[in-house]
Design a protein around this ligand. Sequence first.
Ligand code: GLA
Length: 738
Amino acid sequence: MIRYEETGHVFTLETAHAAYQMMADGYGYLQHLHFGGKLGGGSCDGLRPVWATAFSASPQVDVERQRYSLDLTPQEYPTAGGGDYRTPCLSLTFADGARNVELCYASHRILKEKPALEGLPSLHGACETLEITLRDRWADLEVVLLYSVFEEYDVIARSARIVNRTGAPVTLNGVLSACLDLQEDDFDFVHFHGRHAMERMVERTPVAHGEVSVGSVRGTSSHQHNPFVIVCDRSATEDSGRCWGLSFLYSGNFIAAASCDQSDACRVVMGIHPQGFSWRLEDGESFQAPEVALCYSGRGFGALSQSYHKLYRHCLCRGEWALKRRPVLINNWEATYFNFNEEKLFQIAKAASELGVEMLVVDDGWFGNRFDDRRALGDWVVNTEKVRGGMKALSDRLKEIHMRLGLWFEPEMVSEDSNLYRAHPDWCLSVPGRGRSRWRNQLVLDMSRKEVRDFIHDEMAAVLSSADFSYVKWDMNRHLTDVWSAALPADRQGEVHHRYVLGVYELLERMETEFPHILFEGCSGGGGRFDAGMLYYHPQIWCSDNTDAIERLEIQYGSSFGYPISAVGSHVSASPNHQTGRVTPFHTRGVVAMAGTFGYELDLSAITEEEKELVKKQVKQYIRLYDLINDGNYYRLTDPAACCLTAWEMAAPDGSRALLSIVYSHVRANLYPPILRLRGLTPDARYRLTGDDGKVYGEWTGAALMEAGFRPPRQHDAYPHGCADYAAFQIELTRVEG
Ligand code: GLA
């Protein structure tokens, strides 16, 4: 709900459990008032900013009193140059060299829907939108702020559009998407850092008087930092405390920063990273900054995560596969790497199909002369030496054994040893006259150029039309360096990063519109582009190249803070694991992969009979529990980094059933496993707890399980599946009474 009170110019946006309030103050500046718990229909315009103190200048309009300072006023969209020395959302240079912008309220409208953002991902679905236009006091430059209210999810989607009507070009030096000026300190900043094969590790650090900031200037959102952060009370836990989430619907360079100012107020900002960014905005043009999904929870991290999970499933992911059950797949990458032919693929698929698996994904190596990773990226033509008869013959054969077919592409890359590179050496990002950085022997195509996108589109479309495909894995295996486009003049090179992302989005949109039945999965060396921007184009993303079940516990734990289970690509792979050499039971690998999209990535034709039986059981179990796993409320019961076991729970929203998963990761002698207090059950109902091996643990009331808790079985009590180390338990709760 959106309310505007004319006297006082107060805007209130209300969701199920939260209120967002701001006002155009006496001088016309748009002040932030509140984002937090509901206000009972009232206003908090009494929260006047502190008086200007020494060395905080007053703007021209306050010259008589000199009591008001933008440096101390909580703002909705702070700008540089006008006396606010904190982190700005907007910094620019006018044609005359002036750099100060002073935005004042000009007008507003309330729309009954959510406008799409041209060329960018954005949330959709039932909501109201407040559009506030701010205008510079001195020049005809406008900023249009959008606030869309997703009531059910406690989410406000924010974005900003800069419109130049000054009669001359303007250079944008930094355009962030959202600012949250919280009027307190004592907050923590929770962010998700990592590296290749170890993405989204949770780190919690106090917000202090210097800036805490994370971001990426790698051209993608990256493995190293994720464009999702949480600011929270220092005391916030999974179940209590105030938390503010900021999730960026964007897949390129980003910044998320928080700091306390001299008055101990905390400013949090998020947007495109200003480093290396500049954009020439001609007169009459506008620049659209990407969207930030802001979410508030007064009930800790758990409720915050659940809001994002539901929001992203229902209002971000699109297309046929957004909510539909995805096929259980077998991917040949870790089974064969580059060493396969169509017969080997068929044998793996046949073994998989006999065990209930539904789709074969042919990973890297099916095209051009791609016998290793030194060549052929860009030549998206089937290598018929490897796949004799081509993809049509393979898909026809697979149909006979009721298997669907999926294919890997890495559309944004080119190898120097490729026909594409030989024909168009200037199509990659590189600076003439300088050396270029390589990673994995490849260069990055200049996706800002339409002719490059058209070429890749035509190649991909030809392959995808040649056979019956159900799935595409869209990979991206290096970060951008030497960012320079042959298609842009020298003074516009600061635009290349963002134009690259827009180009990728355009190509994705085109491919997915043309092939609506295909399920697209994102990937970037695993989870290097695991962000809400990408989820708009594909409903699932390969979570990490690390398929070690024990390391995955931490990776999937971190991912769960901001992203739903249905987004998390997760497979059972071989043991010893290819990334870590760790040996884990097959059962444990299944339990961990079921906290994701679930599939296999090993040679299923070469596993033992006992393992085959487990695969059959796991596939059936996953399909049977699919709705509970994906539509259930997700609860993190332990922190894997701090506990001898990792436990999580999915509970049906109506409390009728739940699934409890427990994996031991750090076992010691005489260990007392921690009591797990379950969540999301009906207090008065009685639940039976049954293991996936049929063992009945007992029956207890929801209240007993939630208040007193459940002591997990010991690792020794595991099951007869191979070694006992890293034991896992999957326990189903069924309501038997009440
Ligand atoms: C990336 C992906 C892997 C696999 C390889 C193929 O690393 O993350 O899953 O597809 O590329 O080269």
